[in-house]
Each structure stands twice: as C-alpha cells, then as structure tokens.
Design a protein around this ligand. Sequence first.
Ligand code: SAH
Length: 193
Amino acid sequence: MRLRHLAMALSNLPPHPQRDASLEQYATEGDFAARWIAEIVEQGDLETGTRVVDLGAGNGILGIGCLLAGADSVLLVEQDPQCVHEYEGVEWLIGDVKGWSGTDVDLVIMNPPWGVQIAMADRPFLEAAFSSEARVIYLLHSAKASHIENLAKSFDWGGEVVLSGSFRLPAKYEHHSSHQGMTEVAVWRFKRN
Ligand code: SAH
C-alpha cells in the first residue's frame, strides 16, 4: 500500500475519544503512523507470518497500520472500552496490559502512556514487551524520556531511535508541552542482545 493511502486509511479510523486523562492518551496521527509503519516495512520486520500485538492500542491505529502493511494477525490491547470499534482482521483484548500473556507474538508496537501525568505509567508496558516472546519491539515515547535505553538493557534488549517527530497534544495536556501544544517524540526499535 502506498504511504499516502496508508496515511489516509489510518486518518479515517474512528478517532481516539481521549476522554480519560488518567490513562494518558496521546493519540498518534495518521501521517506519523504511516511513516512509522513504512519504517517497519523498510527494516524487514513485517515479513509474511508476522504476529503483531499493539499495547495501549487506543483506536488501534498502529496495529491496524501493521495489518494493512501485511501483518498476519493483530491483537489490540486497550483498557478503555470507549476506544473499541469493529475492524475486520483484528482482535481486541480489553483490559490492563498486565493481563496480556506475552505469547504468540513476533512484533510488539506501542505508544503507551508516557508517565508524564502519572509517574511510571509506562513501566508495565515496557516490562510486558521486554519480557514477551517478541523478536522486535517498536516503542514511541517522549523524546525527553531518558530511562528507556537502560530499562531495555536490564531485560537484555538493545535499541536505537529510528524515527523522530513532533506530536500535537490534547488541550488538557498543553501545560506540559514546550511550545504551542507540540511535543517531541522518538520511535525506538529494539532487538534482543
Ligand atoms: N496507541 C494509541 C493510543 C496511545 S495513548 C495511539 O498511538 O494513538 C495510550 C493508550 O494506552 C490509551 O488509549 C490508554 O487508554 C491506554 N492505557 C493506559 N493505561 C493502560 C493500561 N494499564 N493497560 C492498557 N491500556 C492502557
């Protein structure tokens, strides 16, 4: 699928309701999601048979992006039932990320809570991914986060930033942003050491 078509398909998903500030919902926009998925394809991480799990999936934009780019199966793990919608070819696990088994997965993709509103809210996500059976993990986080590399290392994973950009924040989070409701983000790619 062409990048522009992927971006359009992802932009047309039902929007993340972004109602629950306590769940730290910074939704990814279609254009950025499409660039990210293109990078995953480029890296050769979505070859035939790839089973994808999207942790803290929101409206499923990242997992559905992987599906459209050829993933074999996609599981969307999301605590907020308001985010859930029917989409052919994906399954939902509605509940806390801690309830995910970590099995039957090749690639984890996630833009989890960043732990800005609630300290350490990202930790259960990082721990779930790094202790899962996945062979590759993609993570979007605040570019300011400084704990990620060491945390990965403690689980014997190594990573690098493969994509950077800026995110528009929902109005209710704006006091945390550097200027005009935008904040810098980084996408990491992790492999086992
Ligand atoms: N991945 C989506 C949503 C990002 S916002 C996107 O990129 O657009 C982070 C999501 O994690 C929110 O939808 C929030 O409801 C969900 N979330 C927060 N804490 C959670 C938890 N403990 N278990 C599962 N999902 C959680």
